[in-house]
Design a protein around this ligand. Structure first.
Ligand SMILES: [Ca+2]
Length: 212
């Protein structure tokens, strides 16, 4: 009996150390903040592993102003789109398994001082229609930073954060609706020109690639 309990104890010990090893794997950062917290304090291009297995190269803003610890570790889309020309592809999937996309031949984001203003143009239809060009030239708004042109706070109104005007044709950071739900108007993760304001997507991804 003692031997059995000793065996159980060894197994528990082994599982404990394996889990500890996994959670401390600094070679597989999920985002820039993981890198920042592991001691990378120089801004630049890093590989991160948001999906766990393959790397994605991103620009990480690591500079802290010394007063605010929260300043470092951001994945900065402005820095990323500053020096090269990028195109944007938006992929959509609904809960019936239908897929569509929208592509834009030019995409960039202005610096923080200009409210991360969006520049997007050159639409090509992959079946989803154009729900993003209407957002061109508008600043990025969040719950606590209303930079839209509506008298309302669009981020609060639409339960998201986006380049709102008054307010949106697409709301990728909106409430995850799990499909069709018309209870509250236009609060979901919707793409208006494909499925309207009441149908939330199963997935929305926005990916950028340098223009070759
Ligand atoms: Ca407003």
């Amino acid at each position: 009996n003692i031997l059995i309990w000793y065996g159980v104890f060894l197994v528990i010990l082994l599982v404990f150390f394996l889990m500890r090893g996994c959670s401390q794997d600094k070679d597989m950062p999920v985002d820039c903040s993981d890198l920042y917290n592991s001691g990378q304090t120089v801004s630049g291009i890093y590989s991160i592993y948001p999906a766990g297995d393959f790397p994605v190269w991103v620009y990480c803003q690591m500079i802290s102003d010394g007063k605010d610890e929260d300043k470092g570790g951001w994945t900065n889309m402005y820095q990323l789109t500053r020096n090269r020309n990028y195109k944007l592809r938006v992929d959509l999937e609904d809960f019936q398994g239908n897929k569509a996309f929208a592509q834009y031949s030019s995409f960039s984001v202005d610096p923080e001082a200009d409210g991360y203003e969006l520049h997007v143009s050159g639409f090509t239809d992959g079946g989803a229609g154009d729900s993003l060009s209407g957002h061109n030239g508008y600043k990025f708004s969040t719950f606590d930073k209303d930079q839209d042109i509506s008298p309302l706070n669009c981020a609060k109104r639409s339960l998201g954060a986006f380049w709102y005007f008054k307010c949106h044709h697409a709301n990728p950071n909106g409430w995850y609706l799990w499909g069709e739900d018309a209870t509250h108007y236009a609060i979901g993760n919707v793409w208006f020109t494909w499925k309207g304001y009441a149908v939330g997507m199963k997935s929305i991804s926005m990916k950028i690639k340098p223009v070759s």
